[in-house]
Design a protein around this ligand. Sequence first.
Ligand code: IMP
Length: 200
Amino acid sequence: MSTKATKRSPRVKPGQREEETLRVLISHQRIRERVRHMAQEIRRDFPNEPMHLVGVLKGSVLFLADLARELGGEVSFDFISVSSYGKGMDSTGEVKMNKDLDVSIEGRSVLVVEDILDTGLTLKYLLRLFEERKPKHLRVAVLLDKVERRIADVKADYTGFAIPNEFVVGYGLDYDERYRNLPDVCVVRLGPRGKTKIEA
Ligand code: IMP
């Protein structure tokens, strides 16, 4: 029986379009190990504390799911959805709330879970919003940090990986809503020798 119809180049990722190239930046194996260590760090800081994870939709979903399982102990979660105004990649700093949390965070040990820290404007908005709601503790865990892109004076308490100024997808992160399901974090470029989305 011919296997021709199902054969794919191993270099082509699921959902990949012809005009886009993807390069693995951080493998799923490395992500798993790092997430496990981050969970240990968090539990060292908050032993026996019920942790309330607040995921920022939609990019944080896979990271939150893995982190929550590694954390152990009492864990609950909630989600918020925000979007920042701006043209292309240039955020104006105005952040709009699309969906608020379902339950109060007052008196709870809250861990904000973000996929990526870029300009930091989204996180700045969220921290201001959450601080007003009087949580017992407010901490931030981000998987990726593009340090050189920072505009707002914010930083995460727990960081997975510092990455260069490249547009990345996978493990929850999207390009035009695609690639969130890739297990690895990949750099996406438009065209074989194309520009990254950021440079475009
Ligand atoms: P910030 O407010 O500029 O820090 O933006 C954070 C949000 O921008 C993230 O939660 C992502 O949704 C999005 N973002 C920034 N950089 C990337 C990227 O490289 N890939 C995918 N989304 C990104």
